[in-house]
Design a binder for this molecule. Sequence first.
Ligand SMILES: O=P(O)(O)O[C@@H]1C[C@H](O)[C@@H](CO)O1
Ligand SMILES: O=c1cc[nH]c(=O)[nH]1
Length: 318
Amino acid sequence: MTSILADSSKSMKTDRNTYVGNRFVCVKNPHLNSMDEDILYHLDLGTKTHNLPAMFGDVKFVCVRGSSNRMKAFAFIRKELGLEGSEEDMQDICTGTDRYCMYKTGPVLSINHGMGIPSISIMLHELIKLLYYAKCYDVTIIRIGTSGGIGIEPGSIVITDTAVDSFFKPQFEQIILDTVVTQNTELDKELAEELLKCSKEVPDFPTLIGHTMCTYDFYEGQGRLDGALCSFSNEKKLDYLQRAYKTGIRNIEMESSVFAAMCGLCGLKAAVVCVTLLNRLECDQINLPREVLLEYQQHPQKLISIFIKKRLGRYNPK
Ligand SMILES: O=P(O)(O)O[C@@H]1C[C@H](O)[C@@H](CO)O1
Ligand SMILES: O=c1cc[nH]c(=O)[nH]1
């Protein structure tokens, strides 16, 4: 297998710089120009069947979340923004497919991405093309998620500065044909700082900026001892997690690296904001009572709601 190694992050940086000053969402695929029609198969949308600029041209914020139910819960942003209609009125835009659900509330688009890198990657390819065909500009995209914390109090929010892989490297390795291509996984620093500032308005839970480790698996891949398979000791697990902590990693999840890489390459300002459900230095199982779990899942949502309202000039602190 050919390998384009970590140094290619330099060339990726060059790619990213191509978009400095260009406020439009970009795609990096010359083949799209010669296509008469583009069917966004997993979203059940298309360039001939739908007027994408009319449907999505005003989108300024995209919130992506794992599960469709949790994403529906974000519909509360409608009320927060003081827009017309009830939550029940919200129609799933992707009705013809059960892969992803999408809702739009004024300038806010919400879509779910399922679990793991392959699932979010498929969604992002089609979402980014959608934003491009819709001629969207100045778009901010945020992954609102859950994660396992390392050395921090459960319920805390981690705003990711850089996603790292299981070797603690700030990169995402994508296999393209038979080549390993390494992509940069830094997120927008200014956006992360802006979100941290917004967190001062919600002092009931700690919020910090840190590195996020993105893995391909929830169990052995995150150093858990409680999967169907486990090939290492508790000592090895703790040694690994403590080394991760020392490098600045504060949480673990399963989507941030490809999210950072793809959004960075396509001119989207991106952030990853995840609540931590447990402290992995203390346990592996998520045994929170249902109501606490639901409450924790609202932490990043509250923060993002304040951020969007501030950006839109609609924030009135109570
Ligand atoms: O959808 P969320 O943000 O909760 O995603 C994290 C990462 C994995 O997809 C999933 C594992 O439980 O949680
Ligand atoms: O420990 C956790 C919790 C949520 N999501 C993860 O990927 N890991």
